[in-house]
Design a protein around this ligand. Structure first.
Ligand SMILES: Nc1ncnc2c1ncn2[C@@H]1O[C@H](COP(=O)(O)OP(=O)(O)OP(=O)(O)O)[C@@H](O)[C@H]1O
Ligand SMILES: [Mg+2]
Length: 223
């Protein structure tokens, strides 16, 4: 595939199971290496990074949000958010402060001392977003970030990502099946068998928007 994403844009990747979406995100996130070809982020060829360079890239350049949150179960919400900062060498007091600020930003300050199994799915996902933001990465990757959420939580999560993008100019790459998410993207691509087979038109994205708005009207109408 050949894909270029401009800084500050929000891009959706769609495609059936096994089409390579997670593989692509893992390569952009520096978690996996391509056997062929090249991934360049912010002018840096990821294939040229080794050891500490690669660790630094993962810690500072990309924030990862997974479908099933992947919080550390024996850490509280605050400790989960602090963790990437401690790996990056941020001192104890500063990282606690930043963690609490980030938890406030995602509306989870009241839950800072709670463990993941004491939180709902949507709450865990918000903690996971706070964690992904911990080292202020210019790129955020979401691998089906709303996949395990009800539509209300999914909507809130998209609002949150939108406000982060607006505030920080963060580039967002989002794997999704969810019209709610596609509706918020600048562009969208459909994958199959490791390739991009379709670039969604702005009309397709408008349709997703209409479908998301329709769903919202249905939800509101039901109360
Ligand atoms: N570590 C690996 N080694 C070899 N093959 C892998 C590995 N991980 C995934 N694959 C294969 O690569 C292909 C793409 O997998 P990938 O997980 O990227 O799909 P996906 O689009 O994210 O699917 P889903 O929607 O189910 O999450 C699949 O055929 C999968 O079996
Ligand atoms: Mg996947």
């Amino acid at each position: 595939m050949d894909l270029e994403v401009q800084k500050g844009r929000t891009v959706a990747i769609l495609g059936p199971s096994g089409s390579g979406k997670t593989t692509l995100m893992n390569m952009v996130g520096g978690l996996d290496q391509p056997t062929e070809g090249k991934v360049t982020v912010d002018g840096v060829d990821l294939g040229s990074l080794r050891g500490k360079g690669l660790d630094d890239y993962r810690l500072r350049k990309v924030g990862f949000i997974f479908q099933f949150y992947n919080l550390i179960p024996t850490f509280t919400a605050a400790e989960n958010v602090e963790f990437p900062m401690s790996l990056a060498g941020v001192g104890k007091e500063e990282r606690r402060q930043v963690a609490l600020d980030l938890l406030r930003k995602v509306g989870m300050e009241d839950r800072a001392g709670h463990f993941p199994d004491e939180l709902s799915g949507g709450e865990q996902q918000r903690v996971a977003i706070a964690r992904a933001l911990a080292n202020d990465p210019p790129v955020m990757i979401g691998d089906e970030p709303t996949g395990d959420l009800d539509s209300k939580s999914a909507r809130k999560l998209m609002q949150l990502l939108k406000s982060i993008r607006k505030e920080k100019g963060t580039t967002l790459l989002l794997v999704t099946h969810d019209p709610l998410v596609v509706a918020e993207c600048d562009s969208a691509y459909s994958m199959r068998d490791g390739r991009i087979i379709k670039t969604l038109t702005s009309k397709d994205i408008d349709n997703a928007r209409a479908s998301a708005a329709h769903d919202e009207a249905m939800v509101e109408g039901s109360f």
